[in-house]
Write a protein that binds this ligand. Structure first.
Ligand code: TYC
Length: 114
């Protein structure tokens, strides 16, 4: 918002000649959000994917099954939206859990374009 101020009160800035000055709100950008995206493969058991979605993202069994089936049929699906640091941690946790159990399941993070 741009204000045109002519007085000297506490909210507006003016010089001592009483001349109007343009006051601009500071441009503060909120940090970008990131999606954690799960990728399909032909080998990871469906039950393991559902288990990962429940334990890492806290989704219930029904929601986890929906996300898993989206990934299975469409190739990828969104598990959640977070700050960059949290999205990186979540994705790392998914990929580590899968590796530890000998499954090729992979997730990645994508910046949101908003
Ligand atoms: N396509 C796998 C199967 O048929 C299941 C699967 C779903 C794997 C989602 C990965 O992110 C995934 N067993």
């Amino acid at each position: 918002m741009i204000k045109l101020s002519e007085d000297n009160n506490s909210e507006n800035i003016s010089n001592d000649l009483g001349t109007a000055v343009l006051e601009k709100d500071p441009e503060i950008k909120k940090p970008p959000s990131y999606q954690v995206v799960l990728l399909n493969d032909d080998f990871t058991p469906m039950e393991f994917v559902v288990f990962v979605l429940q334990s890492v993202f806290g989704h219930n069994h029904q929601k986890s099954t929906e996300i898993m089936m989206t990934v299975h049929t469409k190739g990828k699906g969104v598990c959640g939206i977070f700050s960059k640091e949290i999205a990186e941690m979540m994705s790392y946790e998914v990929n580590t859990m899968a590796k530890d159990h000998g499954h090729p399941l992979l997730s990645e993070i994508e910046p949101m374009t908003d």
